[in-house]
Write a protein that binds this ligand. Sequence first.
Ligand SMILES: [Zn+2]
Length: 642
Amino acid sequence: MGFDSSSLKSSKTMENNSVVGKKSKKDKANSPVVHLRVQLDMCSKRGDVMGAIQLYDKAIKEGITMGQYHYAVLLYLCSSAAMGIVQPAKSGSGNRPVLNNGKLVDFDNSLANGSTKPYYLEDDEIWVSEDVKKHALVKGFEIYETMCSNNVPMNEATLTSVARMAMSMGDGDMAFDMVKQMKPLGINPRLRSYGPALSVFCSTGDVNKAFEVEKHMLEHGVQPEEPELEALLRVSVEAGKGDKVYYLLHKLRTSVRKISPSTADIIVRWFESKAASRVGKRRIDQKLIKEAIENAGGGWHGQGWLGKGKWSISYTVVGDDALCKCCGDKLALIDLDPIETEKFAESVASIAIKREKNFSFQKFQKWLDYYGPFEAVVDAANVGLFSQKRFMPSKVNAVVNAIRQKLPSRRWPLIVLHNKRITGRKMDEPVKKALIEKWKNADALYSTPTGSNDDWYWLYAAIKFKCLIVTNDEMRDHTFQLLGNEFFPKWKERHQVHFSFSNTSPVFYMPPPCSVVIQESEKGHWHIPIASELDYDSERTWLCIRRANSHAVKEDSVAITEDSQSLNRNKEHTKSTTQTEVNSNFLPLNNGNYDKPQKLAEEMYKNITSISFASVSSDQHTVLSEIETAEMLGNCVIDFQI
Ligand SMILES: [Zn+2]
């Protein structure tokens, strides 16, 4: 985390007014308070924590009254050093001090005694020695105490710095307390404020506290992103918490959609675990599941784990027919429904109307009503600037002609272009003018006015007409962030056409045949897309995860009754609350002859219970290993619930 001065602007002004406001400009520049701030800023830029501490000691000795800004710089430097890495302020500010590249960074372990630079360090980061770490931590807390006793107001940056110092000592409770202090002080916690507490609880395996942090985040309007969800997933998998893993897969599905390779590794570890083979409903009401999938808009039912037994995990691809090349399941295609589309179009229009002057957006809406509908929209600036800085109408022309051939009606697409591209001096060449004239005559060109943001125009038109938008703009900048996460990612995936050029002919990358998002099937199987560099990678890798035994999922009509019998006998046998259930999914139950398998199951059940309960009083570890042996012998999973 670089030092983020933006959150300190208000305090800067406050301090100027209260301490030096009445003095002349010259006095102000020479005042010890301002001088100290300049010097601290220089330490921050150099990442010089020891220099900053010396300045602090000197200021205390000389009785200089420091403000929030001074303390914030000092605490930032001390907390960075306490964690082992100081990043000079000039290199910009990341939001995530703890969770780097999707990996939970354990500063203590990785930096304590190794001699190689950890992979996540950037060139300008300074790795401090053990002595400096210890000293910075002690001084950091001293500075925090002074700040408290002098009643200097806290802000998000100072409290987060203290939380980072707590993290460096492995004190998750203290790190969490720092975030909890924010709201009562009128401070809004940020995503980075939660990093220290979450990091400690996740690395110490404290699932409950890690999820307390997550709950606090949500209650304060902070949405965890993939690194935070990955950390929560890791701790849940390690603890074998099936319900938490299920919950997190849902969170990843809605907020991340396709996951990073490191998150995929954790998911694979989960499905390979014993805990994963034990979770799940054996009796499934298919009608209920189907309804749930429909209500969820496809690709998800949310009814919990289905089936039972070991999982089979494969890395695979999905064909152009949306069929999984591994299991043959058809993957869902999830688009906005008509009502959602209308709501989404309205919200885009209302933002655009507020931002565009002189009713220009309303004029555009009227124009669309008159000249529409269109089957495709072309973001002409993006196309015309493809792979070079100069706007090339010939590229737009090539794309427009080629996309027309793909449309059922062969109608012209709508070409949205800012008028500066049309009236610019470079557009005087006759060939370019002729192209513009051609589009105008076809009623296909809309030129957005001076001062407008053409993004709103092509986006709105494509949503309104539920049609394709040709652009390589990934729509990630602040304009699109205003649209939120509810509709936009779904819509974008189904409607965006990427393009490139092969020689001079355009090549189109149409929307993928199925939705590239974590999918849960009605059988309880999973298809999980892994993120790649290109958003429109046709050879995308998917995880296909099914129960190894296809008989694991049975409808009510085929459900067998031996489970309940086993449970009853089990209770009589042990006279305790311990329940042992033998899962006999491995048996061929669909052959119409139930007698033989049932006898087999009873035999096996007897053997297993005699092994496990004989040793239950002696040693817990022995029980576990006995059960594992029994599982190996029986090639099945014993569900052991306490
Ligand atoms: Zn599959």
